[in-house]
Design a protein around this ligand. Structure first.
Ligand code: TYD
Length: 221
């Protein structure tokens, strides 16, 4: 692994569109801040001024004809910027970084969904992210149909920016994405916690706090 060791903690949230990642990330950030910890909450694609411009290209449904490899390259361009500008400096000074999506999303959406293959994604991760891996990934699992319906409803109600490009994909695409998320969770149980979100939001939140406590907070004062 190339990246430099750090003093902070890096937690990512993964799952299908509409799986409730952003809500749970905000709630966890609140719990950690109450303990007096410095928390940086961010998202991908995006998170920096440059990354948010890349996000607009990637998610706007008016973006037509984007080649799958260009899509993958832009995901990693945003990520490399965010690691350099935000994530690595925050980890170096001991902060907690919570990120809504990271390389697992590229493996699931571009590697499996777009069928670019996971090896391509791993190679880009090694080169462009210097191998930086989360200490913990909270993988929020839900039914494909429920997730996609929720994401579509949310985006229909959102005013202003149009972030629908991925939601227009077909069911088979999201089945491949979902399957790859499960594969990642089973492949790396030491890093990834699989969380069933087909339960009331508070129960899911409590499980998330327990996992973070068990895996990362227990040994801190
Ligand atoms: P996000 O803002 O998390 O959307 P949602 O709240 O609907 O889950 O992610 C935006 C979209 O970008 C989402 O459809 C997944 C996609 N994406 C990829 O395809 N590859 C990636 O590497 C990342 C980070 C996101």
């Amino acid at each position: 692994m190339l990246h430099t060791p750090h003093r902070g903690h890096f937690i990512t949230f993964e799952g299908l569109d509409g799986s409730g990642k952003s809500t749970h990330m905000e709630r966890l950030a609140g719990v950690l801040r109450e303990r007096g910890l410095e928390v940086i909450a961010t998202r991908e694609p995006g998170g920096t001024a440059i990354g948010e411009r890349i996000r607009a290209i990637l998610l706007d449904s008016r973006t037509q004809g984007l080649a799958p490899l260009s899509e993958l390259a832009l995901m990693f361009a945003s990520r490399a910027q965010q690691i350099s500008e935000l994530i690595q400096p925050a980890l170096n000074r001991g902060a907690w970084v919570l990120c809504d999506r990271y390389t697992d999303s590229s493996e699931a959406y571009q590697g499996a969904g777009r069928k670019l293959g996971v090896e391509t994604v791993f190679t880009l991760h090694r080169v462009l992210c210097l191998g930086l891996q989360p200490d913990l990934t909270l993988m929020l699992d839900n039914d494909v149909a429920a997730s996609v319906a929720r994401a579509r409803r949310r985006n229909e109600n959102a005013s202003g920016s149009d972030e629908n490009r991925f939601e227009q994909e077909n069911r088979a695409f999201f089945e491949r994405v979902h399957q790859q998320f499960l594969t990642i969770a089973h492949r790396e149980p030491g890093r990834v916690a699989l969380i069933d979100t087909r339960r009331p939001q508070d129960a899911v939140h409590r499980e998330i706090v327990d996992i973070v406590h068990q895996r990362l907070l227990k040994d801190q004062a």
